[in-house]
Design a protein around this ligand. Structure first.
Ligand code: FE2
Ligand code: FE2
Length: 169
């Protein structure tokens, strides 16, 4: 609990309920990033073939960015007087980013990445709406992270277009 006399803002006593709501959303966002890091590590290593190289390299770079997002969310949870959850609270959701049957199935990976990024984009928009006008710092952070995710998705949509144009997806 904050030892302050703030009259307004997300850290004020009056906003403690809203603050808890934001913390819960940030925890969910944190786990989404952690799972994305796991999925991108495996998918930056597993795929085989000449065409897989671009995808692997791109995911390899994304890993650091997604990890950075998780760290930013963790910091913000603490600033809001929350506690960053421990690993036993983790529940996996990314069924679509599991290794494909054949490691040359790059389209499976591309579609999985698009789905992961879309899930993040959808939820971060929800957080942006929920924090609008009440928690400008979380709001601002989420807008920046949303920008990253939109960039990631667009890049992989471009990869998918190439496969679709060649009748491979
Ligand atoms: Fe992310
Ligand atoms: Fe992303």
């Amino acid at each position: 609990m904050p030892a302050t006399t703030d009259a307004r803002g997300i850290l004020s006593e009056a906003n403690s309920e809203k603050r808890q709501e934001v913390i819960d959303m940030l925890k969910r966002a944190y786990w989404m990033e952690i799972e994305t890091v796991m999925s991108y590590i495996s998918n930056s290593v597993n795929p085989d073939g000449v065409r897989a190289q671009e995808i692997k390299e791109s995911l390899e770079q994304d890993i650091q960015e997604e990890l950075g997002h998780a760290q930013r969310f963790a910091e913000r949870i603490k600033e809001l007087y929350g506690v960053v959850p421990g690993s036993t609270e983790f529940e996996a959701e990314q069924t679509f980013l599991q290794p494909p049957e054949h490691q040359t199935d790059v389209v499976h990976v591309i579609r999985g990445v698009i789905e992961a990024e879309s899930g993040a984009i959808d939820f971060y928009n929800e957080v942006i709406e929920a924090t609008d006008g009440v928690d400008p710092v979380t709001n601002d952070m989420m807008i920046e992270v949303l920008h990253d995710e939109e960039g990631h998705r667009r890049l992989f949509e471009g990869f998918l277009r190439e496969y679709e144009a060649e009748g491979l997806a």
